[in-house]
Write a protein that binds this ligand. Structure first.
Ligand SMILES: *[C@@H]1O[C@H](CO)[C@@H](O)[C@H](O)[C@H]1NC(C)=O
Ligand SMILES: *[C@@H]1O[C@H](CO)[C@@H](O)[C@H](O)[C@H]1NC(C)=O
Ligand SMILES: *[C@@H]1O[C@H](CO)[C@@H](O)[C@H](O)[C@H]1NC(C)=O
Ligand SMILES: *[C@@H]1O[C@H](CO)[C@@H](O)[C@H](O)[C@H]1NC(C)=O
Ligand SMILES: *[C@@H]1O[C@H](CO)[C@@H](O)[C@H](O)[C@H]1NC(C)=O
Length: 289
């Protein structure tokens, strides 16, 4: 059966789109049927939409002001409104957001499930891509890692050595992305009937942060973040102060972008605006193959 999957992460974002059999027009929102029959998501807090709420973890944000711009309020999304996965579901013509694994039930799984969990990483033994291909994944988008940004969180963990600390991380991430891109291309050849694409997340995010006046606000999260209970400033204070106009801010808390940034980012991952945004093509082409 045909389906669609996605992995997304603060450290690594990956989308899996399984085989699709429907053709659709170019409208972003209003398709009667989604472009892919199902959409599965793997990742961390960028994509999490409620999986951490009942997990034994300190990485839990199901309280206001998170979700302040989301119709259902604080759901476990690590931002003020929709996540990139919510936008992607809209762009691919789904009439609902992909439910979190924690609360998905019954036939939900036929249209996809979101397994993302805030704080998640990638383990050596995952063997992810081969296993997912075995279960039917045929359309997979893999997001590279974003470069370190001069956020409140990174400034804190880098303490007095911001420049060398950033350089160290930038080198490590460049090494990672430089290996990931050819690996993704190789999977399209080694796994039968499968298409994998690589999303240039760094390129897209850099371009967004450098435009729209966002850059000046990178150090200033929209919500109040004092680091209470954390070693470093990270998540919004529970019921703390929140900025009035969220769309002027790049970051909602000390780590996670605002819905405004996520929307711009997802538009470019869905429909590339530059030939370097995704390889060999964008998510829209992948979905419609
Ligand atoms: C939650 O995790 C902590 C740290 O790993 C552990 O000490 C504690 O027993 C766990 N609590 C439950 C209810 O599992
Ligand atoms: C399954 O989810 C739907 C809404 O998504 C809800 O109405 C229904 O009660 C749930 N069923 C069970 C058994 O939890
Ligand atoms: C993961 O694999 C790499 C490469 O084989 C190895 O260097 C690293 O130590 C492994 N990490 C863990 C946590 O096993
Ligand atoms: C990602 O995009 C940036 C900016 O457009 C570009 O400079 C860079 O070469 C791209 N990276 C890759 C791996 O293509
Ligand atoms: C919020 O900021 C955006 C972007 O600068 C601007 O277009 C919009 O008019 C502002 N909204 C309000 C209510 O001030």
């Amino acid at each position: 059966m045909a389906c669609s999957l996605k992995i997304s992460s603060w450290k690594l974002l990956i989308v899996f789109l399984l085989a699709s059999n429907s053709q659709h027009d170019d409208l972003y929102y209003a398709d009667a049927k989604p472009q892919v029959p199902c959409f599965f998501i793997f990742g961390d807090s960028i994509a999490d939409n409620g999986n951490n709420n009942n997990l034994n973890t300190t990485i839990k944000i199901n309280y206001l002001p998170y979700g302040i711009d989301f119709p259902e309020g604080a759901t476990g999304r690590f931002t003020n409104g929709r996540t990139p996965m919510d936008f992607l579901a809209e762009f691919m013509g789904f009439d609902h957001y992909i439910p979190p694994f924690a609360t998905a039930n019954g036939s939900d799984i036929l249209e996809g499930v979101n397994y993302a969990s805030g704080g998640a990483g990638i383990r050596n033994e995952s063997g992810q891509f081969g296993t997912l291909h075995k279960y039917g994944a045929r359309k997979v988008a893999v997001y590279g890692q974003d470069m370190p940004r001069c956020t409140l969180f990174l400034k804190s963990i880098c303490a007095f050595n911001t420049a060398s600390c950033m350089a160290y991380m930038t080198n490590a991430i460049t090494l990672f992305n430089d290996g990931l891109k050819p690996m993704v291309a190789g999977l399209s050849h080694s796994l039968p009937d499968a298409n994998f694409i690589y999303i240039n997340y760094t390129g897209i995010m850099t371009s967004i942060f450098n435009s729209q006046g966002f850059n000046k606000n990178i150090n200033f999260p929209c919500c109040q973040v004092t680091g209470t209970g954390n070693i470093f400033p990270l998540n919004c204070n529970r019921h703390g102060y929140v900025c009035r106009n969220r769309s002027q801010y790049a970051f909602f808390d000390a780590v996670h972008p605002t819905e405004a940034v996520y929307e711009l980012q997802t538009r470019r991952t869905y429909r590339a605006e530059s030939p370097t945004d995704s390889y060999p093509f964008d998510i829209e082409h992948l979905a419609k193959l």
